[in-house]
Design a protein around this ligand. Structure first.
Ligand SMILES: Nc1nc2c(ncn2[C@@H]2O[C@H](COP(=O)(O)OP(=O)(O)OP(=O)(O)O)[C@@H](O)[C@H]2O)c(=O)[nH]1
Ligand SMILES: [K+]
Ligand SMILES: [Mg+2]
Length: 370
């Protein structure tokens, strides 16, 4: 272990030992910010020394990208092949897969890109085992499918820690925090909604970043960790769920044991599957679709009937601008207005602009200049 890692460990232990209350919150905040800064530094350094090797080149394609993350030999490649009909190499030994293998899952009208990657190991966030390249791919995903097998359900927390250390925040919305550095005036803290943090905490956290003058705006309930994340930046927020593979190899009692272990560590029920036999794979496909959050939008040409046969599949929360970008390069440039029939508007044929957020099954007419 390097000196820096020892120091990080020492401070983390101190945080563990200190109970959080009003009197200690400032101190804990400072320690956490310090660790976060040191860890970031360690990661950057490790990544640099991992060499300037080429990253994996995978172009995102389709309506959304899900990446299969798991320890070596849990069956990621077998699952990719099962989901997409690809032919990624499968082997009974660790690190069979040494690069990123993309496949396409077609489900409910969506084309979903599935990425099979090399196995992740403890220390990957610090660059171990091609961690640098693998983590970069994981960070670019729209959804993470954490894959374990019936023999290592208890290790799902090790994977989660690697993802966390790599700046990946799963299953939480991005906290709404703005930190604008200023030339003077100290730290000014403003809230929309509840007063989630104390000014003293915020000041001592920002001091670790050598920020003594800043305008800070916090919306909603955020934690110290959220605030530190916002200060460091470079965090990504992405949905994830767990599947446990190879259930064909064990009996009911063992399945339940693993399932309970995952619930305890991850919080949610895992999908119990067999990539080998195909058991529960349809349910898994549905889960991927659901977790990517798709919706259907029907296009209606100006003056003509809507095309109710073939919806456009877009991610939930998409705007008119997103739809325009999908249709034609010039649509945004030449956009005049859109007309909507459906759940996202108050009345039929309502006119909206580019920033309007659509709802599932909306009917849309886009009106452009000439
Ligand atoms: N019994 C059983 N074996 C499986 C299942 N899925 C995969 N395997 C076996 O597990 C071994 C590893 O499978 P891979 O698909 O290569 O696993 P991987 O996660 O891609 O492995 P790496 O690329 O080395 O990280 C192979 O021997 C597979 O045949 C399953 O559902 N049931
Ligand atoms: K393998
Ligand atoms: Mg593999």
């Amino acid at each position: 272990m390097s000196g820096l890692e020892d120091q990080i460990k020492e401070i983390e232990d101190e945080i563990q030992r200190t109970s959080y209350n009003k009197a200690t919150s400032k101190h804990i905040g400072r320690l956490k910010a310090k660790v976060a800064k040191m860890r970031e530094e360690a990661v950057q350094r490790a990544m640099k020394s991992a060499g300037g090797g080429e990253g994996y080149s995978v172009k995102k394609s389709g309506d959304g990208t899900v990446v299969l993350v798991g320890f070596p030999s849990v069956g990621k490649s077998t699952l990719l092949n099962r989901l997409t009909g690809k032919d990624s190499e499968v082997g009974a030994y660790a690190f069979t897969t040494l690069t990123v293998v993309p496949g396409v899952l077609e489900h409910k009208g969506a084309k979903i890109q599935v990425l099979d990657i090399p196995g992740l190991i403890a220390g990957a966030a610090m660059g171990k085992g091609r961690g640098k390249e693998v983590i970069a791919v994981v960070r670019s995903a729209d959804l993470i499918l954490i894959l374990g097998d019936v023999y290592n359900g208890r290790h799902v927390d090790v994977l989660m820690k690697e993802l966390y250390d790599a700046g990946i925040r799963i299953n939480k919305p991005k906290p709404d925090i703005t930190i604008k550095k200023a030339a003077n005036g100290g730290i000014r803290l403003n809230y929309v909604g509840e007063e989630a943090l104390e000014i003293d905490e915020v000041r001592s956290i920002l001091a670790e970043n050598k920020t003594t003058n800043a305008d800070v705006l916090v919306r909603g309930n955020v934690s110290q960790d959220d605030f530190i994340d916002a200060m460091i930046g470079n965090r990504i927020y992405v949905p994830a769920f767990v599947a446990i593979n190879k259930v064909d190899l064990v009996d009911e009692a063992m399945r339940n044991e693993v399932r309970e272990e995952v619930v305890e560590r991850f919080g949610d029920e895992p999908y119990m599957i067999s990539a080998h036999s195909g058991y529960n794979i349809e349910a898994l496909k549905d889960a991927i679709y659901e977790n990517l959050g798709f919706m259907r939008v029907y296009m209606k040409p100006l003056g003509g009937p809507a095309d109710l046969e073939e919806p456009l599949i877009v991610r939930s929360g998409s705007t008119i601008e997103d739809v325009c970008n999908r249709l034609h390069r010039e649509f945004v440039e030449k956009f005049k207005y859109a007309k909507i029939w459906g759940k996202s508007v108050k009345h039929d044929a309502q006119r909206v602009g580019l920033q309007h957020t659509l709802a599932d099954e909306d009917i849309v007419t886009i009106v452009t200049r000439f």
